[in-house]
Design a protein around this ligand. Structure first.
Ligand code: T46
Length: 133
């Protein structure tokens, strides 16, 4: 079974251009407490390489594209993130790595909580250990 889950955002495009509105009706699995975005990422750079203990996030490219490997400890999937209408669901305890950022990539992330370094699991062996506890 696929471990990637996507959330579709409504496309309110018309002949003038595009508009996406994200509110509580789109089916986000949490109330958003923080928004951040990653852009200007150099080619051949990878980011992420961690999981979160409690933080739930969804991420989408509002411009350009990147690839992501997600890993739930049992299986891994490589996914392409390339749509301003489709967000990848990143629940807690999902290892994720992002790479192959296009030059115009803007990765927008909606998060369920404030930034907290203590919530990060940055060591893969520790991630596996915590999953097995
Ligand atoms: C994630 C992936 C998708 C803050 O001070 N506040 C923030 O809200 C964030 C997100 C980061 N930071 C600081 C922490 C580091 O000193 O910014 C620096 C770069 O963060 P990091 O190395 O964790 O960036 P990524 O791209 O590896 O990971 C980020 C998020 O941190 C992470 O939660 O899931 O994007």
């Amino acid at each position: 079974m696929s471990i990637s889950q996507f959330i579709d955002f409504p496309n309110l495009s018309d002949k003038r251009g595009s508009l996406v509105s994200i509110d509580s009706s789109v089916g986000l699995p949490f109330d958003v407490k923080r928004i951040y975005y990653i852009f200007g990422t150099q080619k051949n750079v990878s980011r992420g390489h961690h999981a979160h203990k409690r933080l739930h996030q969804v991420a989408l490219c509002i411009s350009g594209s990147c690839e992501m490997t997600i890993d739930n400890g049992d299986s891994q999937e490589k996914i392409l993130i390339n749509s301003p209408y489709k967000a990848i669901n990143l629940p807690p305890m999902l290892w994720h790595e992002m790479y192959n950022f296009s030059q115009d990539c803007i990765l927008l992330v909606l998060a369920s909580d404030f930034y907290n370094e203590d919530d990060y699991i940055r060591d893969y062996k520790n991630f596996k250990k915590l999953l097995n506890q």
